[in-house]
Design a protein around this ligand. Structure first.
Ligand SMILES: C[S@@+](CC[C@H](N)C(=O)[O-])C[C@H]1O[C@@H](n2cnc3c(N)ncnc32)[C@H](O)[C@@H]1O
Length: 321
């Protein structure tokens, strides 16, 4: 009886509980990624070094693979924030700080916020160790909920969030505050994951099955496929998502289109990311396969056959917006 009552009234976490869970989730990720003194890509894209997973499930670090997958979009993000020399930029949900660090290296003044104290600890360490000090601007890291700080009025030349806006609640209110915080002509740039369609998921599964991976042998993959066919696979589709992730993904683009002048709106990587991030084999093989798969992915996205898993939008605050 008690069990059935519980099933009918499952505990729905409050926003405060979800945010605490979010901080813990990203604390754990930051510790796992930086294990044994590793420098993950999320901490410093220039100093990250290739590393294979130590244990099953651990992420590989592969700067060259990430350059193939999304290097051109990262560069675009950094460039759009650097329009004004010595400008002031807000990095929301900065994580271990790769973006804030790159912006500092462009001579910008950056305020970077994250809920995770461990991610900020890694970011501060990277800032201290940063060897590229010539012309460096300034990076200020804060462990704080970015939705609860005073963003000020016309304080920033750019507000950026790389895989961060879709973790925020009450996005419409937050975007109003971003609009006020931006100087006239200032830039807002977002990169967020979108729900994956059945076609994209099918193609991703096909390549994950076909290509060798760090995480599963071909025998384990075959068993997984059979379990899926027999509907025995009970993997939660939300597994792997952080507690605050996903609820506002679909709200971002209408908000940007209604409040700002959109300069760039691009979908990319519909299915290539997952199989490539765990791709096993000699580097020459891996990078040839990666370039081919990314090219196919871009072609299918550009022709509208597939819809990208990531969406990057760059928009400007117009004077009369
Ligand atoms: C997917 S991670 C992206 C991190 C980083 N931008 C990167 O590119 O590696 C999302 C980050 O947003 C942070 N976050 C979520 N909600 C937040 C909030 N309300 N205030 C500040 N940071 C938040 C999380 O702690 C996490 O580090």
């Amino acid at each position: 009886m008690a069990g059935s009552m519980k099933a009918q009234n499952p505990h729905v976490p409050s926003e405060a509980e979800s945010k605490r869970g979010e901080a813990i989730y990203w604390d754990r990720k930051a510790l796992a990624r930086a294990v044994e003194g590793r420098i993950p890509l999320e901490a410093d894209i220039r100093r990250a070094r290739q590393a294979r997973p130590i244990s099953p499930g651990q992420e590989a670090i592969d700067p060259r693979m990430c350059e193939i997958l999304d290097g051109k979009y990262r560069a675009r993000f950094i460039d759009c924030a650097s329009e004004r020399k010595g400008g002031r930029v807000l990095d929301i949900g900065c994580g271990p700080g790769w973006l804030a660090l790159e912006l500092g290296r462009k001579g910008l003044i950056v305020d970077a916020y994250d809920l995770s104290s461990e991610a900020i600890a890694v970011a501060r360490r990277m800032l201290e160790e940063n060897p590229a000090r010539d012309g460096f601007g300034q990076v200020n890291y804060y462990v704080h909920d970015v939705t609860e700080i005073d963003l000020g009025r016309e304080r920033y030349d750019a507000v950026l969030g790389w895989s961060a806006f879709h973790h925020l609640p009450n996005l419409s209110q937050f975007m109003d505050r971003v609009w006020l915080a931006l100087k006239p002509g200032g830039i807002v740039a977002t990169l967020d994951d979108l729900p994956q369609g059945w076609l994209e998921q099918g193609i991703q599964r096909f390549f994950s099955m076909l290509l060798p991976s760090y995480h599963r042998t071909y025998r384990q993959k075959l068993i997984l496929v059979l379990r899926r066919l027999l509907k025995l696979d009970k993997t939660d589709p939300l597994e792997g998502l952080s507690p605050m992730e996903g609820h506002s993904t679909q709200e971002i683009s209408p908000l940007l289109y209604s409040k700002f002048e959109v300069l760039k709106d691009v979908h990319f990587n519909a299915f290539a990311t997952q199989p490539l991030l765990v791709l096993k084999g000699p580097d020459a093989f891996r990078y040839v396969v990666a370039r081919a798969l990314v090219r196919l992915d871009r072609l299918l996205c550009q022709t509208g056959v597939c819809s990208g898993f990531y969406r990057m939008i760059i928009a400007r605050k117009t004077v009369h917006g």
